[in-house]
Design a protein around this ligand. Sequence first.
Ligand code: G1P
Length: 306
Amino acid sequence: MRIRKAVFPVAGLGTRFLPATKASAKEILPVVDKPLVQYAVKEAIAAGAEEMVFITSHTKNSIMDHFDRDYELEATLERKGKEELLNAVRDVLPPGITCVYIRQPEALGLGHAISCALPAVGDQDFAVLLADDLIAGSFQPCLAQMQRVYQEYGASVLAVQRVPPEETHKYGIVEVEPIGPGLSEIKNIVEKPDPDKAPSNLAVVGRYILTPRIFKLLDRTNPGAGGEIQLTDAIEALMGEQTVLAYEFEGTRYDCGSKFGYLKANVEMGLQHPEIGAEFRDYLAELTHDWEAGGAAASAKSEKAG
Ligand code: G1P
């Protein structure tokens, strides 16, 4: 039992990053040297997926172009003997991996975007990855960890993590019954509840393994939070029929849908980067030192003035 298809809803407008996202997709924003969406695709491939299904909109041609072969570029790099760059370019989409693009005709919400994937997914279990959530820093990528759980239990699995209670309004929040270390069964799920209405502080992050039953349930889902057709609401209906598990994955999740999370991802991934990591570390150490010295000088000055 293996997940072969991975769905990437990439039709969102990316308004939080305007003007950077005026003419290109937010999922193409780079973290150090790879676009956000490439990290997600790599994670899906590492978990065994072979078909990448992108739910796009008319402003997202850059995503299609990125995962297309560029023969001219490859030929130029080859001619110039730029082996490493050539491999980096070819590695964008390894052999045997196919991409399917489906247009979401209207931005009606995440649930609606997922329902657009039906013609490509059919009656198979599948994964959903939200490229905004970059997950790194673990021995095994997040979706591969979830795949292990899926193989053992044969049920839908949602990645979850604890968030500060005041942040529940940003996430789908679950109430669970533990069944093992880091693993529990979801008993209740609510989209973006205010802290006083949240059943817990266990939040859904952008990784899901779902059964195809979700498509039927999405068809019946009315607009919910924010007037959008919410995946969370269809998952709630799915829980009425099937087991849905919550898995507390190992690793660090960066919310690259926010400027602060995106910067954190760049800094931390930059520090680990094989080519520039050491230089960047020295630079940050120097910068921190300068800031501390500047801070000490400023407070000495204000003490004197006081
Ligand atoms: C979506 C889901 C939400 C989930 C979040 C994870 O919200 O609707 O349940 O917790 O992704 O990133 P969005 O961030 O698209 O508003």
